[in-house]
Ligand binder design. Structure first.
Ligand code: ZN
Length: 136
């Protein structure tokens, strides 16, 4: 069995935004040469997160609006005593995920409407995305 990893950087442009990174992830999987195995995608950050969902403009705005409603930027947050981004940490903690998906015959198995969406909570920043593949 082979393990393989690749890291790429996404430069976000706004404080809060949703960026579809699916093409970069799938291209990394192809580059790995692994035909059957597992894909793991890690976003090693505490104020942004990664979710599997639909890349549709309205839905992406809905995601941001609901997150802002759940965790408003201004609040009585203790972390804001040392940093001014508690809201972004809390949003990331609520939606933190590390997608693990099967790779079968060279294709990543996922739903038609499941894209890899990076949710930025404290941009603009450079965000690292780590693609880890194991298999044959
Ligand atoms: Zn912080």
């Amino acid at each position: 069995m082979k393990t393989w990893s690749k890291e790429f950087t996404i430069s976000t442009r706004k404080q809060c935004e949703v960026v579809d990174v699916t093409d970069r992830v799938l291209s990394a999987v192809r580059e790995s040469g692994v035909k059957n195995g597992l894909l793991l995608v890690l976003l090693p950050h505490a104020t942004a997160t990664l979710v599997l969902n639909e890349d549709e403009g309205g839905l992406k705005q809905d995601l941001l609006d609901r997150l802002n409603h759940l965790v408003p930027k201004e609040g009585d947050y203790l972390h804001d005593r040392i940093d001014d981004n508690a809201h972004a940490h809390l949003k990331s903690a609520l939606f933190s995920s590390v997608p693990v998906l099967p790779i079968v015959e060279g294709r990543v198995i996922k739903g038609t409407w499941q894209n890899f969406l990076l949710i930025e909570g404290d941009g603009p920043r450079n965000r690292r995305v780590v693609v880890f593949v194991m298999g044959e």
